[in-house]
Write a protein that binds this ligand. Structure first.
Ligand code: C5P
Length: 228
């Protein structure tokens, strides 16, 4: 644990903008921990999917009641998300969870629960947190906030390349672009760019270039006279 107040870098942006992988690499470069706030929304959703009940019947209270089943375990450079003490990283990224997570994330009690867990993780470690509203609702005082954007076709192409481990066809990219644009619309109310966030359009940047830019910003901020 650092012997000063831990530092937070907040990275926000829409679906498939590369937030999680970029945040993970930045955390590794700085020797910090990465917290993926989306994984908590996903874990609550996965716990509800496991109940087998139709999503239209899920109430906010029931969703939050799944909270004690979910924990974050600090690993070397990230937190892994556990459900009932077991790693659930693949399950929470599956289609059944992705289809319902935006609806779950709109429930105010759910947002309050996730925000409290993310703040708790940041109490004892320097962290790079990623999500939709980390720089606005959760860490408004973070010394560095970055808002990542990229063209939706490019986001779809990257996501499919990662998932399929080959170059996707144009038809596949077009289909995935539709899904991404739909999720952008569902998440629009909670995807907020802080006024003091640095906007980074990654459409024409490689992953390594995005990481370099953010690491350089982190160094610039830590040398500012008012930095904590
Ligand atoms: O980042 P990821 O796509 O894994 O997030 C899953 C979902 O969780 C998003 O589609 C969004 O609905 C929700 N989310 C959110 N606020 C955050 C992080 C994620 O509403 N800070």
């Amino acid at each position: 644990m650092p012997d000063r107040k831990p530092v937070v870098i907040a990275i926000d942006g829409p679906a498939a903008s590369g937030k999680s992988s970029t945040s993970q690499w930045v955390a590794e470069r700085l020797g910090w921990l990465h917290v993926d706030s989306g994984s908590l929304y996903r874990a609550l959703t996965a716990a509800m999917v496991r109940t087998g009940r139709p999503p239209e019947t899920w109430s906010g209270a029931e969703i939050v009641a799944q909270g004690p089943r979910i924990s974050l375990r600090a690993e070397k450079t990230s937190f892994s998300t556990l459900i009932d003490g077991e790693p659930a990283d693949d399950e929470i990224r599956g289609g059944a969870v992705t289809a319902q997570v935006s609806r779950v994330a709109q429930v105010p009690e759910v947002r309050a629960w996730v925000n409290a867990r993310v703040r708790q993780a940041a109490e004892s470690h320097d962290v790079v947190v990623d999500g939709r509203d980390m720089g606005t609702a959760v860490f408004p005082d973070a010394p560095l906030k970055v808002f990542l954007v990229a063209d939706s076709w490019e986001r779809a192409r990257r996501r499919l390349t990662q998932r399929l481990e080959r170059g996707p066809t144009d038809d596949e990219i077009a289909e995935e672009t539709d899904l991404i644009v739909q999720r952008d619309a569902k998440d629009a109310t909670q995807t907020l760019q802080a006024k003091d966030a640095v906007l980074l359009d990654t459409t024409y940047l490689t992953q390594a270039e995005q990481v370099e830019r953010i690491v350089a910003l982190a160094h610039a901020v830590s040398h500012r006279p008012d930095a904590t």
